[in-house]
Write a new protein. Sequence first.
Length: 226
Amino acid sequence: MTRILVVDDEPQILRALRINLRARGYDVEVADTGTAALKAAAGHPPDLVVLDLGLPDLDGVEVIRGLRGWTTIPIIVLSGRAGSADKVAALDAGADDYVTKPFGVDELLARIRAVTRRLASPVDATATARVGRHTVDLATRTVTRDDGTEIRLTPTQWAVLERLLRHPGKLISQRQLLHEVWGPEYQQETNYLRQYLAQLRRKLEDDPARPRHLITEPGMGYRYRP
């Protein structure tokens, strides 16, 4: 059973999400502060976190950074902050998706299912690829630098990277990546792609400002150059 940690300081939202998620077979734990969320996640790690940014003690972005310090579990931000700067900050910190309040429960459930599908995506047991000084093993979902250091990726970073590595040299359109990683309802959220490619380049490219392997084709899409 998928275990979800819901973090929000609004009691009515916590109650509504607890009821709706449990009714659909999820195991749910709730927290109403950032401190409680970090403690709960450390004590009994969830499979997924739904996180409000506007918490009374810690900013939600700080909670994301705290989680990303030790785990790659998916994080879906649920926030009343609709500005692009807030979305960019959350995605840069390591969030996997962003839902703006007010929200529909069906939309949130769809986002949860999409993240769960990314985690369960089948891979070729023999598939490996090289990105600069890194070996990417798609079967075990590990990235190892030549000096033996393991590089951690979030589920969404994996989903984007895997789709590029599966088709070396091929242009993957922005729309195709959005559909395959986030779902068919995503068509215009190219800012998601920019953020995640930037994150992957910072982790994998020798010179993220001049990438040699994870290439942007302006206005069209992205390709992996071996």
